[in-house]
Write a new protein. Structure first.
Length: 210
């Protein structure tokens, strides 16, 4: 209890207050759910980055019908990451060791997240190209990677958007749904990702804007 009170006193005044979020494509083919605690992790990493972009990876599992991805944890930026005001290069240091520890829990690499400081959570042209490269890269073993983007000014004003990049298809925006963790859209399942054997660094700079 004492620890809970301490965390409460140190907790930023987020606007809006973080909560469980569920997203779905317009055609019901793809779904994503991220819980309050995982979203708060992303917000804290974003707050710590200040005016610089930052990011990390998403891990978790899929629903029984493989049509909804549940984000169970997120990483912060690896130590070998590099960033600027309008770009972010996600490194790889420590990620594989962390992922190896999750194998027994049936947690998989699901995709990427990153932060656009002072901007909207809209995917840029470079974001589109990079997430497409991940969907096609054999090393990731993830043909439909997710992309979560947080934008705004921390902690007073932030927004979140979610996308999926099916292999050989255009990026699909996932719209936020009312309610919490539900299994939705079973017409065309997301294929379960395999456990990642290696994680190449993202080699291009990410920039906000189109």
């Amino acid at each position: 209890m004492r620890g809970d009170r301490l965390e409460s006193r140190n907790e930023p005044l987020w606007k809006p207050v973080p909560s469980d979020r569920s997203f779905q494509s317009d055609d019901g083919r793809f779904g994503l759910t991220i819980g309050r605690s995982e979203l708060k992790k992303i917000l804290r990493y974003s707050l710590a980055a200040g005016r610089l972009e930052t990011g990390g990876i998403l891990v978790g599992h899929y629903s029984q019908h493989h049509d909804v991805a549940f984000v169970g944890d997120v990483s912060g930026p690896p130590r070998d990451s590099k960033s600027g005001v309008t770009w972010f290069h996600r490194g790889i240091q420590g990620l594989q060791t962390w992922l190896n520890g999750l194998w027994s829990k049936d947690s998989y690499y699901l995709g990427e997240w990153h932060f656009h400081p002072g901007g909207r959570p809209a995917a840029s042209g470079i974001d589109l190209r990079q997430i497409k490269e991940i969907s096609e890269a054999p090393a990731y073993l993830c043909p439909e990677p997710l992309l979560i983007i947080v934008g705004g000014t921390m902690p007073a004003s932030w927004e979140v958007a979610a996308y999926v990049s099916p292999r050989n298809c255009s990026l699909v925006e996932l719209k936020q749904m009312d309610g919490s963790r539900t299994e939705v859209g079973r017409s065309a399942p997301i294929r379960p990702g395999s456990k990642v054997s290696s994680l190449p660094a993202r080699t291009e700079k990410q920039k906000t804007g189109p």
